[in-house]
Ligand binder design. Sequence first.
Ligand SMILES: Cc1ncc(COP(=O)(O)O)c(C=O)c1O
Length: 351
Amino acid sequence: MKIYQEAIEAISKFTMPDNVGFGKVLLPVMASCEYKDGKWGELEITPYKKLELDPTCKVLHYGQEIFEGMKAYNFSGNGPNFFREVDNMDRFNRSAARMAMPGVPKEIFINAVHEVTRLGKNFVPKRSGESLYIRPFMFATECNLGIKPAEEFLFMVIASPVGSYFQGGSLKVLIEREMIRACPGGMGAAKTGGNYAGSLLSAKKVKELGFDQTLWLSATDKDSVEEMSGMNFFAVINGELHTPKITDTILDGITRKSLITLAKDMGITVVEETLSIATLIEAIKKGECSEAFACGTAAILQPISSLHEVSGQAYQIKDEYGPISKRLRETLLGIQERTIEDKFNWVTVLK
Ligand SMILES: Cc1ncc(COP(=O)(O)O)c(C=O)c1O
């Protein structure tokens, strides 16, 4: 690994506003590593800078790109520490395999994440709910217009000190009955740009209708709940915690699987099965669905107050954190921020 003196200088001149928002303020350093001739080059830590790309760079045309979203926490100066970082790396490499890209070796992935965090350690916010959001990504850099898997790639890591993802309270969610996010055999389980690009038209509709998020349904039956565009979905029905089981059309969320482990540990029954939207709506109408929430690294856990149809029909759930979502959120965040014992060994403190 090569750390450029200019990167150290850039960090020493950096100042951070008190209110950072989400993803707007970037650390002035970045990590990059090139893949060429069938092998990875040296990991470099440089000042944050613009990239120069040839107009035929394959990612610009064919979207061969993947990314991850992870956080370093530093609550009250307890860190910086990471949460299940190897799970992010493993998912990154599963996304790479699906998108015909080379895997990134552990040494490169973890060193890049750690070194960017180490340089920026004075800028990992210390208030609860804040963190350093870390964005590893990789894209095809080979230049020519042929439609075939690229043979040259760039792996990079950038990082952004962040506050909370949602400013408002609970979420109003549109049931998307027209468009589809993913299909069996497709790339829905990969964290690749195309999945997010494909969700944006629905996001636009959601905003125009005055809602916050899209709830995607299965391409196969147009009834099974899948997930949101950047978060997994949970509902509490008759006291049991329900979430769609992971298939190749759903992103295997690290927050999701952590919440499942925590819920089971609390003695809550967890049901990971197909979750029909018709059944869910019935349960809401009968008062059997007492809570629903969305979860993900960026958002942590956010209550869902209501589901909506395009027609205007609304199904009200609960306008705030219910007892299960509140307890799960506090426990998860407590482990991430190191105020609660990490009995599952999820946390790595930066050395
Ligand atoms: C489509 C999608 N689903 C779910 C999640 C939640 O995953 P995680 O909890 O690992 O952040 C994300 C965010 O990464 C996502 O982009």
